[in-house]
Design a protein around this ligand. Structure first.
Ligand code: M6R
Length: 612
C-alpha cells in the first residue's frame, strides 16, 4: 500500500524518483507526487497514475539532486490532487511522504487546529508533517529530534521520508510496520519501499527495522537510530535481485510473464530442499524446531487472499499425509476473535509480500500465546520473514502483477514439502510413496510447460465467455481451493462476479444461478472423485449451464458432456493444484485483457496490503 522513493546524491533526483515510482506503482496507483529541492522546494502531485504526474510536470522546474516521491493507495481521503503525497507542513518548510496509517491522527489534528494549523487535505499524513513542525517549534529541537519525538506520539504504522527546505543535504526516513530500504551508492543514497527502484544503482542496502529511523547526509554519513534515540550499527546486505526480474521481458503484462515463469520458479522453490532418489526433504528452519513441529498437536495456518487459498490446500495435504489436525484462518478474523492458541500449536503464516498487516498481527498473537510460528514468504527480508521464528522463502522472484500467480504455486510447493516431511517424520507415509511424489514434483515443470502450451486454446475459450457477468468455479478435494483461487483471479482482474464452491455444495444453493448464460468452470482431474464430478457436470448441463471442464489428458467421459474442455497432463492427485491452477490463471488473464481491464493494476487493489 503506497510506494515511497527518495534520493540524495549528485544525480538529478527527478528521473530516479519517477522511474522508482513506476516500479513501485504496483503498491498503489490512486495518485502520485514528488518534492524536489533545488534553491526552492517544488512539490508536484496529481491524481491518477505516475504517467499522469509525468505529463503534469513536463513544463515544470524539476531540478534538484535531493527529492522524495510517492505513489498512493488511498486510505484517508479520496484519490485527488490535494490528498496526494508529498504533504507539506503549514510553514512550507517540510515535505513528507508516508505509507501506512496514523490511527490517532484525529486528536492530534484537533490539537494542532487549536494551535492554528490549517489542513488542506483529508489525510493522516498532513497531520504527521504538521506535528513534526509543531514539535520542532515548541521544543526548539533539530528536525531529527522533532521527527523522533513526533513518531513517539503517534499510534499506527508508517514508513516515512521527510525533507527540509532549509537543508538540501539531509533526508530523514523512519519505519514502523511498513517496509523501508536504504540503498547505499557511491556518494549517493536511495530510500524506497522495496529494492526495485534501487537495484540499478547499487546492490548495497540496509533494511530498516521497526521503530528505527535513518539520518542520511550528503557527506556520506548514514546513521541509524531507534526511536528511543539509541544509535545502532546498520547491517549492510548485498541484494540478490537483478534488473531483468523486475522488467516485463517482452511480455505484454507482468501477470502473463509471471504465469509463464512458473516452471522455472517451481524448480527454484525445490532446489536443494529435496532429493527424490534418496527420499529426503530439508526445509529451512524445520530441523531447528523439529521437535516442536513433529509433535505439534495442531497446525493453524493464517493468511489472506491467495495465500489463504494455498493454506487451504495445505490443510488437505497435511491432514491426508501427516494426519495432524489443521485449521486455516483468515488472518483478519484470527487477530480479532481471541483464538485459542497454545504452545503445542504450530502456526504457519503465508504471505507473498511478507508485509500484510493482518497476517503480521496474527503472528504477534500466535507468538504472545507461545506457539511456534513458521513463515512462508516470497519477499526476502520482509517483515513477516523477520517476525516469525523460522521459515522458508518461496523463491518465486519479484511478483509485480497485483494478481498473485507464481507466488501461489511456489507456496503450494513449499507446503507440499512441509506436509511430506512431516508425514515422513511421523511415519504416516511409505518411503516408496514419498519418492514417487518427490520424483513427480522434481519433473512437474515439464508438465507445467505443457499446460502453458494450451494458452491459445484457453484464449479461444476466453473469447467465448468474456462478456458474462457471473461465473461459477467448482472443485473437489485438492481442487476446491483451486476453484476459490480461480474465482478470485477472475473477479480481481476482470471485475466479473465469480464464486468458487466445493462441487458437491452446488446443489445447496449456487445451482439456482445456473442458466444458459452462466459459465461453470469445473475442475475434474481428481481420480478419487471422478464419478461424482461427472454427476456435477450432468447437473450443470441439465440446467443449460456452459461447462468448461479442466480434465486429465485422455479423458473421454466429461469431454463428451462439456462445452469446452482443457486437457492437462495427469499428475499425482496431491500435486494436482499445481497443474489445474495454470489454465485458470490464463483464462482470467485473457478475459481481463479482452475486456480492456488493467491486468497488472486492477482498480481499487494494491499488491501489499499494509493496512487493516
Ligand atoms: O502478500 P500476501 O500474500 O500476504 O497478500 C495477501 C493478499 O492480499 C493477496 O493474495 C491478494 O488477495 C492478491 N491480490 C490475490 O491475487
Amino acid at each position: 500500500m503506497c510506494g515511497i522513493v527518495a534520493y540524495l546524491g549528485e544525480r538529478e533526483a527527478y528521473p530516479v524518483l519517477i522511474k522508482g515510482l513506476k516500479r513501485l506503482e504496483y503498491r498503489g496507483y490512486d495518485s502520485a507526487g514528488v518534492a524536489l529541492l533545488d534553491n526552492d522546494l517544488h512539490v508536484y502531485k496529481k491524481a491518477g497514475k505516475v504517467s499522469e504526474l509525468e505529463a503534469f510536470v513536463a513544463d515544470k522546474n524539476i531540478n534538484g539532486n535531493i527529492g522524495i516521491g510517492h505513489t498512493r493507495w488511498a486510505t484517508h481521503g479520496v484519490p485527488n490532487d490535494t490528498n496526494a503525497h508529498p504533504h507539506m507542513s503549514n510553514s512550507g518548510q517540510f515535505a513528507l511522504v508516508h505509507n501506512g496509517i496514523i490511527e490517532n491522527y484525529a486528536p492530534i489534528k484537533e490539537q494542532l487546529q487549536k494551535s492554528g494549523y490549517v489542513f488542506h487535505s483529508q489525510t493522516d499524513t498532513e497531520v504527521l508533517v504538521n506535528l513534526i513542525e509543531e514539535v520542532k517549534k515548541q521544543e526548539k529541537v533539530s528536525l531529527e529530534d522533532a521527527v523522533r519525538i513526533a513518531l513517539n506520539q503517534v499510534v499506527g504504522a508508517y514508513a516515512i521520508v521527510v525533507i527540509d527546505k532549509e537543508n538540501n543535504d539531509r533526508l530523514i526516513a523512519a519505519r514502523k510496520g511498513s517496509p523501508l530500504v536504504v540503498g547505499i551508492g557511491e556518494a549517493e543514497f536511495f530510500v524506497a519501499s522495496d529494492a526495485s527502484p534501487i537495484i540499478e544503482y547499487t546492490k548495497h542496502v540496509v533494511y530498516l527495522d521497526d521503530q528505527e529511523y535513518a539520518i542520511i547526509d550528503r557527506d556520506g554519513t548514514f546513521t541509524v537510530k531507534t526511536l528511543g534515540n539509541v544509535e545502532i550499527s546498520p547491517f549492510i546486505q548485498q541484494l540478490q535481485l537483478d534488473l531483468e526480474s523486475i522488467e516485463k521481458g517482452g511480455f505484454e503484462h507482468f501477470m502473463l510473464k509471471e504465469i509463464y515463469e512458473q516452471p522455472k520458479v517451481i524448480k527454484d522453490a525445490i532446489r536443494g530442499r529435496m532429493n527424490a532418489t534418496d527420499g529426503w526433504i530439508k526445509l529451512g528452519g524445520v530441523s531447528e524446531f523439529a521437535n516442536r513441529i513433529n509433535n505439534a498437536k495442531r497446525i493453524i495456518i493464517t493468511a489472506c487472499g491467495t495465500s489463504w487459498h494455498s493454506g487451504l490446500i495445505a490443510e488437505y495435504l497435511i491432514e491426508t499425509l501427516a494426519r495432524v489436525p489443521v485449521e486455516v484462518e483468515y488472518a483478519s478474523e484470527f487477530r480479532y476473535r481471541n483464538p485459542i492458541v497454545n504452545e503445542s500449536d504450530v502456526v504457519i503464516a503465508i504471505s507473498q509480500s511478507g508485509e500484510t498487516a493482518d497476517t503480521l498481527a496474527a503472528i504477534e498473537i500466535a507468538k504472545e500465546r507461545q506457539a511456534l510460528v513458521y513463515g512462508i514468504c516470497n519477499v526476502i527480508g520482509s517483515s513477516i520473514a523477520r517476525a516469525t521464528h523460522a521459515g522458508s522463502y518461496t523463491h518465486a522472484g519479484p511478483e509485480i502483477g497485483v494478481a498473485s500467480t507464481k507466488a501461489f504455486t511456489t507456496q503450494v510447493v513449499i507446503l507440499t514439502l512441509m506436509a511430506l516431511q512431516l508425514a515422513q517424520q511421523k511415519g504416516t507415509i511409505s518411503l516408496s510413496y514419498l519418492r514417487q511424489v518427490l520424483y513427480e514434483l522434481d519433473n512437474l515443470h515439464v508438465k507445467i510447460e505443457a499446460t502453458l502450451k494450451l494458452d491459445s486454446h484457453i484464449k479461444e475459450i476466453a473469447a467465448k465467455i468474456k462478456d458474462v457477468e457471473n461465473a461459477l468455479y467448482l472443485g473437489r478435494g485438492y481442487n476446491f481451493p483451486v476453484a476459490l483461487e480461480g474465482a478470485l483471479k477472475l473477479k480481481e482482474i476482470s471485475y466479473i462476479h465469480a464464486e468458487g464452491y466445493p462441487a458437491a455444495e452446488m446443489k445447496h444453493g449456487p445451482i439456482a444461478l445456473i442458466d444458459e448464460n452462466l459459465p461453470v468452470i469445473i475442475l475434474a482431474t481428481n481420480e478419487s472423485a471422478y464419478e461424482k464430478i461427472v454427476s456435477n457436470v450432468q447437473e450443470v448441463k441439465a440446467r443449460k449451464g456452459i461447462v468448461i471442464a479442466v480434465v486429465n489428458e485422455g479423458d473421454t467421459q466429461i469431454k463428451q458432456m462439456a462445452d469446452y474442455v482443457i486437457e492437462v497432463p495427469k499428475t499425482e492427485e496431491v500435486l494436482s493444484p499445481l497443474i489445474t491452477m495454470i489454465p485458470l490463471q490464463l483464462l482470467s488473464y485473457h478475459i481481463a485483457v479482452m475486456r480492456g481491464a488493467n491486468v497488472d493494476q486492477p482498480r481499487n487493489l494494491a499488491k501489499s496490503v499494509t493496512v487493516e
